[in-house]
Design a protein around this ligand. Sequence first.
Ligand code: NAI
Length: 330
Amino acid sequence: MIVACFSTQPYDRRSLEAASSGTPLEWRWLEAPLDARTAPLAAGARAICCFVNDRLDADALARLAAQGTGLVALRCAGFNQVDLAAADRLGMTVVRVPEYSPHAVAEHTIGLVLMLVRRLHKAYARVREGNFSLEGLLGFDLHGRTAGVVGSGRIGSRVAEILLGFGCRVVAHDPQPNQALAARGVPFLPLDDVVAASDILTLHCPLTPATQHLVDARRLGLMKRGAVLINTGRGGLVDTRAVIAALKSGHLGHLGLDVYEEETGLFFDDRSDEVIGDDVFMRLLTFPNVVVTAHQAFFTREALKAIADQTVRNLVRFDRGEQLEALVRA
Ligand code: NAI
């Protein structure tokens, strides 16, 4: 079966080739991201393989379906980039990788927290310049602080467990509270109460119409002055312009992002020789108390292997007409 793989990076190709050796999958490696314009590149492929910033809107899906593509295999957990209703109408099957390494994202989240509260990003640059002054690097203990976790699924619950290990008081919000965390004494509270109680607020819920701009100007106003906001979920969970206003006023103390609402067309490529046209993003980078990584939280050896293994399993099962285990439905 021919599989057109969009947004292919060298590491995708290496891991997917290794996982599919000995299978009947025939890869068509495409560096281009998928959208309605690039969909014709998949002509003749019964399946396509996509990542977080491929645009699977109704238009792109209709073109793919007309060319005979029946399966969309997402090599990621999130599926907010897919118009599932359109896929359903067109009779297309969508599968994903629901679980690979929650540790990868959880540990990166904690990395961002530590970087910000101990100013490691500044210390790293300073020491390399021969500047050994500690002035301006004063941090705070995580022990005894309140951490708010929004979304207590695979990743959020792991983040909560690590933060409990630091001696934080963890509070959480989730319409479906994680029972193991509740049993450990983590209170599940209304979202506004979690926001207001937190010294560190970290987002781990999916991006849906209901969670779009979950952290907006009003909720930023509810946060404690000087608090830390971390988003390794999806960019759209946070209203970036409102966050910039809160940083400028000094109300928001620190911001750690691994995702950005306009990251499509920006992240995953070397743009160091380009003039970046996104003024909102570039303003974010000017703050000394902001750290941005470019959607890297998932990027560990363990996670890449697990993603490739599950993606290949999904594709082979579809090819054989077997029951699919990681279906995404509207
Ligand atoms: P999961 O499905 O295990 O957990 C999500 C949790 O969010 C569930 O418990 C659900 O009940 C909860 N939830 C749904 N609506 C909510 C709301 N309005 N408020 C609070 N909680 C809500 O998903 P998992 O594996 O923990 O992943 C979470 C998110 O992390 C994904 O949706 C994805 O967007 C993001 N992610 C980011 C990666 C990165 O590299 N930065 C990599 C993998 C996932």
